[in-house]
Structure formats: structure tokens, C-alpha cells
Write a protein that binds this ligand. Structure first.
Ligand SMILES: *Cc1c(COP(=O)(O)O)cnc(C)c1O
Length: 428
């Protein structure tokens, strides 16, 4: 009944009964889904004692490459390591700049500082909350080496515009796909459109293998440089003449090998991943379809019947428009929805550009804050410089991350949001 006003009890926050008034099945939210097949795969590695070998990881890489559509795939112990390897792979180094969104997890940008490069932050688009291509282009300088984009909360970035800008200026595109495994942009797979894709596979992400990460690329040079940086055990595979003689000692002085208990789990997870995210997709779209036309809240999603998708809908969010609800602050909205049993919260990252760690410490004793230690100018961005990112916290809320498409339960959860939005006046 889009748009109609629901006749229900008073708000739970004001003493009424809860919208979610039936028991919630355990499997509605349980993640990761671990079955005896995952357990057997992990136990087999333990029994064989092959945790530190790479045979199973290589099988997982080949299967992952089939799924994403990339030729070269390299397991990492976490997503952060895959981003560091990808940046080195793209040639990011001392004095270079990378452009990244400020609204993201720190690992999207901070590995650049370990390489002597300077993160420059761009604002986000209000609707997608992904990096805004216009914001990228005006920040490109001769020193820009790479753009790191994040398909935030599963929403694909505007890749046509981003790839066109990158091509025009000759800079690399690193896709941070840690929120969007399996999401498609106009039919194309996220992680396979830029020069290299990086995926966190930690236990809470939509593709969960414990702690783990993957680097995926069609570019042999990026792949080989990532091996040379942190995979000493694979350096025998190198073919590039400047890297080959270095075999046996990783250039980064780091060890980026994944524990095979995780890659064994990854092989099992991948078998079921397409069907699991198809169900998540149905459930999440069902939830938002029920809320079409409700004032003050809007879906953060791609059009449901398009050739783009939200992958596993990691960290799903809604847009909050307080101006449609008499100015009700989002914190109050969240408290009221939670009182209904609606499982919301504040879940977007805080902007990085104003974080002290990115602006103050001289981590490597270069005599300057590390972010600008080798920069040609002070690129630090103060409060007010990225207004959309900075205002987002008051305009966004978390929604339940349904793993199962159970209409009766999803309708109850949707009612919690509808009830609060339609009765917002009572809270002011
Ligand atoms: C989780 C995450 C990472 C880092 O991955 P880890 O596996 O935790 O190291 C990088 N980027 C984004 C956007 C993330 O959400």
C-alpha cells in the first residue's frame, strides 16, 4: 500500500507495542553461513598440515577469476594487504598522489602513506554515496598515479565516467570492492572494470572467509609487482626482467601469504555465493519496495530491474531526509525504529580527510606529517572542504541485512520504519 497511512498502535518508544511482534528466525540475519562442507574443508587443511602452502589458494584464485572475469588473481591475508599490493602494483610511490573517497574505511587510502604517497580525498555523490567523478577530475595533477574507488555499501560507482577520466589523464583505477563482491555495473562485474580490483574477505563482509583478501587484475605487470612486493614464495613465477633476479626476497619486506584454512573455506563459499546473494537481493529489494513513498526515507540502491546490482548488500543503508519529517534528527528516528524492533543504527564511516591520523603524525620521521611528507604542496583538507561527506552522518541510517527472503518477517521490519516515519510528528 505505497503512500497510504498505516493504522497501527502508538509508537513503541512512546509506550505502544512493537512493529516486529513475532519471533525472528535465527537464519534471517546469520552471516557467514557456515555449513559442514566449510568445516570439512578447513579441517582437511588442518589434518594435512598445509596451512602455509599455496596449492588450495591457487585453486581458489582460479575459481575466483572465473567468477569475477579476471586473468590474474592473488590471495592476500586481508583486504588491506591486497590494497597495499595493488598500489605498489600500479607503481604508486614516493611523491605520488592517489585520489580516494573520504567516506570509506581507512584501508582504501592509508596504504598509500606506507609507500610515501599522498592521499587526496574527493567528495561523494549524494545519491550513490560513492566517489563523485567531477570531484576526481578537478583534483588530478601531474603527480596523480591512481584513483581508488569504493563501491560503497554495495552500490557500484559511476564507472563509465571514472574510467573516461582515468584514460584521459593516464592514471590507474583501483577498485576497492570490499563492500560489493559480485555487484554489477551495467552488466559488468565490479572489480574487473578498473586496472585492478581489491576485495576484503573478512568474516563480516559479504564474501566471508575469516581474514582474507584478493587482488584481481588482467594486467600482468600489476600482478607480478604485487607478487614481488609481498609473496616471496611465488617469486619464481616472475617473468618481468627487472623483477626476476630478485626472487626469494619480497621488495615490500612484508609477507602477504594467506592461510589455506581461509582459501579452503573460500572455495566452498564461492560455490554457493551466487545463489546466496540472489536471495539477499530479493529480500532487500522486497524491504525497500514496501517502503516506496514513505516520507523521510529513501532506498540506497540501484534500480531493482536494471542490469546493475548491489552484490551482497554489505552494510545496507537508507537515505534520511529530516526536512520531510519536521526536522526530526536521525538519532531520534533511529531510537524510535529500534524501539519497534527495526534493527537500525548509524553505520557509515566517518570522513577520513579530517581524521588526525591522516593529518598530524610524522610516522616515519621525515620532518613533516606523513600524508604530505613527499608532496609538492600541502593538500590537507580541513572541515568544510568535502561538504557531502561531512553532512552524511545526519542523512543516513542502517537497515536490516536480510540473508533470507522471508516475506512475513520482512513486512514486519518494513512496518517498523513506516510506522516511525509516518508518525514522526509525535517525536518532535
Ligand atoms: C573492510 C574494508 C577494507 C579492508 O579489508 P580488511 O580485510 O579488513 O583488511 C578495505 N576497504 C574497505 C572499503 C573495507 O570496508
Amino acid at each position: 500500500m505505497p503512500g497510504s497511512t498505516t493504522q497501527v498502535s502508538p509508537l513503541a518508544l512512546l509506550g505502544g507495542s512493537k512493529a516486529v511482534d513475532i519471533p525472528v528466525d535465527d537464519d534471517l540475519f546469520r552471516w557467514p553461513i557456515v555449513t559442514p562442507e566449510d568445516e570439512q574443508a578447513v579441517v582437511a587443511v588442518l589434518r594435512e598440515g598445509t596451512m602455509s602452502q599455496i596449492k588450495i589458494s591457487k585453486q581458489f584464485e582460479a575459481e575466483w577469476g572465473n567468477f569475477i572475469g579476471t586473468k590474474f588473481n592473488l590471495c592476500h591475508p586481508n583486504g588491506t594487504a591486497s590494497l597495499l599490493g595493488a598500489m605498489f602494483g600500479c607503481g604508486v610511490g614516493r611523491g605520488d598522489e592517489i585520489i580516494a573517497p573520504s567516506l570509506t574505511y581507512w584501508a582504501t587510502a592509508m596504504p598509500a602513506m606506507a609507500l610515501g604517497a599522498t592521499p587526496v580525498f574527493a567528495d561523494i555523490d549524494k545519491q550513490s554515496i560513492c566517489i563523485d567523478p567531477n570531484e576526481i577530475e578537478k583534483r588530478i595533477t601531474p603527480r596523480t598515479k591512481a584513483i581508488v574507488v569504493v563501491h560503497y555499501s554495495g552500490h557500484p560507482c559511476d564507472m563509465d565516467a571514472i574510467l573516461a577520466i582515468a584514460k584521459k589523464h593516464g592514471v590507474k583505477v583501483i577498485e576497492d570492492v570490499s563492500h560489493a563482491h559480485g555487484a554489477r555495473y551495467k552488466g559488468r562485474m565490479t572489480g574487473a572494470m578498473g586496472d585492478v580490483g581489491c576485495f576484503s574477505m573478512m568474516a563480516s563482509k559479504s564474501f566471508p572467509i575469516g581474514e582474507g583478501g584478493m587482488l584481481s587484475t588482467d594486467d600482468r605487470t600489476i600482478y607480478e609487482r604485487a607478487i614481488a612486493f609481498g609473496h616471496y614464495e611465488r617469486m619464481g613465477e616472475l617473468t618481468l626482467p627487472d623483477l626476476r633476479p630478485l626472487a626469494g626476497a619480497p621488495l615490500g619486506g612484508v609477507k602477504h601469504r594467506l592461510n589455506q584454512t581461509a582459501s579452503a573455506m573460500g572455495r566452498v563459499q564461492l560455490k554457493y555465493y551466487p545463489e546466496r546473494i540472489a536471495e539477499i537481493q530479493r529480500a532487500m529489494n522486497r524491504f525497500w519496495d514496501l517502503l516506496e513513498g514513505v516520507p523521510g526515507i529513501r532506498a540506497h540502491r540501484v534500480p531493482p530491474k536494471s542490469d546493475s546490482t548491489m552484490g551482497g548488500w554489505y552494510n545496507p543503508l537508507g537515505h534520511y531526509l529530516p526536512e520531510e519529517l519536521g526536522g526530526l534528527p536521525v538519532a531520534k528516528f533511529i531510537a524510535a525504529v529500534n524501539a519497534e524492533g527495526g534493527k537500525t543504527g548509524r553505520t557509515a564511516n566517518k570522513p577520513l580527510h579530517v581524521h588526525p591520523a591522516l593529518n598530524m603524525p610524522d610516522i616515519y620521521r621525515d620532518g613533516k606529517p606523513t600524508r604530505i611528507a613527499f608532496a609538492s604542496r600541502d593538500v590537507r583538507q580541513g572541515p568544510g572542504s568535502l561538504p557531502v561527506s561531512e553532512a552524511l552522518a545526519e542523512r543516513i541510517f542502517g537497515i536490516p541485512w536480510f540473508k533470507k527472503d522471508k516475506p512475513e518477517l520482512i513486512e514486519k521490519f518494513a512496518l517498523a520504519y513506516r510506522k516511525v516515519a509516518e508518525n514522526a510528528k509525535q517525536l518532535i
